[in-house]
Write a protein that binds this ligand. Structure first.
Ligand code: SAM
Length: 233
């Protein structure tokens, strides 16, 4: 873990690697009771959860962001590795499954990860709350929904001028093409798609999809909970 953080030029790599390894232990221990990850091998966990989560850190959108929301964080990915490595930024982690949220909150308290707020709720409901709507510089999300649905979950949280980064698989081209209309309706513009560099020598081939927020999201979005996935824009 430490060598990955060193390679990524992250300060205090030893200390941060130790926190992340303890976080992994906590997740693997709780995984018996609550389904948090399909991965039980520690090396695979480090690559697929930690290194992959950190693949956006070279982007200007990430460097410039002070407040970041992770929608559908599950076991805390990509939010927790980003928060541990960048304690000067504020993170807000959201998931619709209360049990997962409780475990992440417990682990954050135990490990002293104090730049993270963890909230239980559906993105469709939280995105309508005045204190959260268009309040974040950046939204990140991995493995939550198809792109058009995901944009309806994520773009309402992003302030005008901010960005959304979706972590996607290598075959996302068609999915992204299908979402262009939704992106426009929700106030976004597809900026670019980049190959994710997680430092794992191409073993895990992913894409980062960058969407810029260029206009406010119209008031009627997100639609009521369940509609964005049942009837994608
Ligand atoms: N992002 C994590 C990762 O990459 O390991 C978890 C991915 S998991 C496949 C999808 C997560 O999204 C689940 O924890 C699920 O509860 C959450 N989720 C799905 N729909 C959601 C919604 N509408 N609002 C909030 N969370 C949602």
């Amino acid at each position: 873990m430490k060598s990955i953080l060193n390679k990524l030029k992250i300060k205090d790599a030893e200390k941060k690697a130790a926190v992340l390894l303890k976080y992994m232990d906590g997740i693997l221990e709780k995984n018996g009771h609550v389904n948090l990850t399909a991965i039980s091998d520690r090396e695979e966990f480090i690559q697929k959860h930690f290194a992959d989560s950190l693949s956006c850190i070279g982007a200007e959108e990430f460097k410039e962001a002070d407040s970041i929301i992770d929608v559908g964080t599950g076991g805390g990915f990509p939010g927790i590795p980003l928060a541990v490595c960048f304690p000067e930024k504020e993170f807000f982690l959201v998931d619709s499954l209360a049990k997962r949220i409780h475990i992440i909150r417990e682990l954050c308290v135990k490990l002293g990860i104090d730049n993270v707020t963890v909230v239980h709720g559906r993105a469709e409901d939280l995105g309508r709350q005045e204190n959260l709507r268009e309040d974040f510089d950046l939204c990140v999300s991995r493995a939550v929904a198809r792109m058009s649905t995901l944009c309806e979950y994520c773009l309402p949280f992003v302030r005008e001028g901010g960005s959304f980064i979706a972590y996607k698989g290598p075959d996302c081209k068609l999915e992204i093409d299908d979402s262009l209309c939704a992106i426009g309706i929700l106030g976004g513009r597809l900026d670019r798609i980049e190959r994710a560099d997680s430092g794992s020598q191409g073993e895990y081939d992913h894409r980062l999809v960058f969407v810029k927020k260029i206009r406010p999201t119209p008031e009627e979005y997100p639609r009521r909970a369940g509609t964005p996935s049942k009837k994608p824009l």
